[in-house]
Design a protein around this ligand. Structure first.
Ligand code: HEM
Length: 521
């Protein structure tokens, strides 16, 4: 602190590297008795790879649960230790902000719930969490079913025509259709149509992903911003989305004004059960800009993540036929030919474990981003304010000391009669939805959405990687994507559907008599 500190931070702002500064200032503020965070050296080129969290795993095995990565003037702390993750996310969460994440996402999420910090975040979180109440989530189950049914019809046509399908883009459209209805009662219908608004959403999403992996903030360069065709497209797309959201907000306001319903804790409007409707009916006193920011945030948060979970779940299932047949057995016996209901969610235990395990192997997003707002101590290491920190959920979820056969897709690792694994009962070794005050608000919504989609799809079809499909490799934006899609061959299931018990004996008699008449059957 004091004068040397001022000079040091001044020099650092001029771009002098941290390594150089530490060398120059060693004689002034040598960290007397404190141990120094291990520094990963000569590894920068490795991080340039497409899926940057993979080389971070190797570095974790070498340097341990916390280490520093330095790129010129920039440096990051990489955390892969559950107790340090718990400290940052939960026990001392007030000392951390979203840092770089907020900077990158500002253009699309503004001060929405994911990037927001401090008072804005507190107020918005308190307004939004009640909207995702039990009755709302239950109402969403039938929406998940209807949307998945549309996907099934598409797959059915592909199966008839013997065409392979690219599942990653279909899952992206499925979850976009779902989240549009769930948030603001808008039917993107992206599984059937490519309207301007769907195009606009994808333009903005791609831009967010490009920005999150860009080495330089090119979008801030004044002239580039105005002449780059891509930036112009982004600006136009944002304008269209904002206008659409403004219209939806205005329409919903009118509906709320006209309705007779009294607002209460588990309020829900049957015609429009959306989160927007709840927020407006609750008298949420908020600017349209803030409301739009929150809706945009949830649109992205709820769309990309779920699409990625479904993509990697089907990839994993295609590699483990024994898990797939256990899954199909459970679905056959619990659901038969019905659409899933909220009561089924408790019964579909193995399906839930499949999702839990898919989220362990492919956490979405694979790293959580924070910045220290004050000096703190991580494990045994003191850190300064303004440190950028990546908590590698990927590393936590694949730590070889913690998990038996860490890389194996093994839903059985959590007993069916035990609790659903979460960050609390797994003591921050498993963080599929984050933890502490910034934990995901859509965890139950998303889990049920994935359970409904998986059950309905595997009930009707078998899925295999298509012959001659490109290898399934990872790349990163905000979530883990495939590099070249997930091309699958979909076939209708040949197994006789399991009928509800009452119908069974009749059916048996009928088939027995058929075979008596015609010995060829
Ligand atoms: C936050 C994961 C679906 C809304 C988070 C975080 C994670 C996460 C890990 C914590 C981020 C951090 O600490 O930096 C997931 C996964 C999903 C999913 C894996 C799907 C499988 C959803 C859905 C919604 C949603 C469907 C909305 C309906 C949010 C919001 C936050 C958040 C608003 C920020 C909460 C805050 O900062 O207070 N999500 N999410 N998520 N998620 Fe989700």
């Amino acid at each position: 602190s004091g004068f040397p500190f001022l000079i040091k931070s001044g020099l650092s702002k001029l771009g002098i590297s941290r390594g150089m500064l530490e060398f120059l200032f060693k004689w002034i503020d040598a960290p007397k008795d404190y141990p120094k965070i291990p520094e990963a050296k000569g590894a920068i080129s490795a991080i340039r790879s497409e899926a940057f969290f993979v080389p971070l795993y190797e570095l974790f095995l070498t340097y341990g649960g916390i280490f520093r990565l330095t790129f010129g003037p920039k440096s990051f702390l990489i955390v892969s230790d559950p107790s340090i993750a718990k400290h940052i996310l939960r026990d001392n969460s007030k000392a951390y902000s979203k840092g770089i994440l907020a900077e990158i996402l500002e253009f699309v999420m503004g001060k929405g719930l994911i990037p927001a910090d401090g008072e804005i975040w507190r107020v918005r979180r308190r307004a939004i969490v009640p909207a995702l109440h039990q009755k709302y989530v239950a109402a969403m189950i039938s929406l998940f079913g209807k949307a998945t049914d549309r996907l099934c019809q598409k797959l059915d046509a592909a199966a008839s025509n013997g065409e392979d399908v690219e599942m990653e883009s279909l899952f992206s459209r499925l979850t976009l259709d779902i989240i549009g209805k769930a948030l603001f009662n808008y039917d993107f219908d992206s599984l059937t149509n490519d309207t301007g608004i769907v195009e606009a959403v994808y333009t903005v999403l791609r831009e967010a992903e490009d920005r999150s992996v860009a080495p330089l903030p090119y979008w801030d360069i004044p002239i580039f911003k105005d002449i780059s065709p891509q930036q112009k497209r982004v600006t136009a797309a944002l304008k269209l989305i904002n206008e659409t959201l403004d219209d939806l907000i205005a329409m919903c306001k009118r509906m709320v004004e006209e309705e007779e319903l009294q607002f209460h804790e588990e309020y829900i409007n049957e015609q429009d059960p959306s989160i927007l409707h709840f927020l407006l009916a609750s008298g949420d006193d908020v600017s349209s800009k803030q409301l739009r920011d929150d809706l945009m945030t949830m649109l992205i948060a709820g769309h990309e993540t779920s699409a990625a979970v479904l993509t990697w779940t089907f990839y994993l299932l295609s590699k483990e036929p024994s898990v797939m047949s256990k899954l199909q057995n459970e679905v056959d016996s619990v659901l038969g030919d019905r659409f899933p209901t909220i009561e089924d969610m408790k019964k579909l235990k193995y399906t839930t474990r499949v999702i839990n395990e898919s989220l362990r192997l492919y956490p979405q997003p694979p790293v959580l981003i924070r910045r220290s707002l004050e000096d703190d101590i991580l494990g045994k290491y003191p850190i300064k304010r303004d440190e950028d920190i990546f908590i590698s959920v990927w590393n936590l979820h694949r730590c070889p000391n913690h998990w038996e056969d860490a890389d194996k897709f093994n839903p059985e690792r959590w007993p069916l009669d035990g609790p659903n694994p979460n960050e609390t009962n797994q003591n921050f070794s498993y963080l599929p939805f984050g933890g502490g005050p910034r934990k995901c608000v859509g965890d139950m919504f998303a889990t049920f959405e994935n359970v409904v989609a998986v059950t309905m799809l595997v009930r009707r079809f078998n899925f295999q990687l298509a012959l001659g499909a490109p290898p399934v490799e990872m790349t990163t934006g905000a979530t883990i994507h495939t590099t070249q899609g997930l091309k699958m061959t979909v076939t209708r299931r040949m197994e006789p559907p399991i009928m509800p018990e009452l119908v069974m004996p009749i059916l048996k008699v009928a088939s027995a008599s058929v075979s008596e008449v015609d010995p060829a059957v």
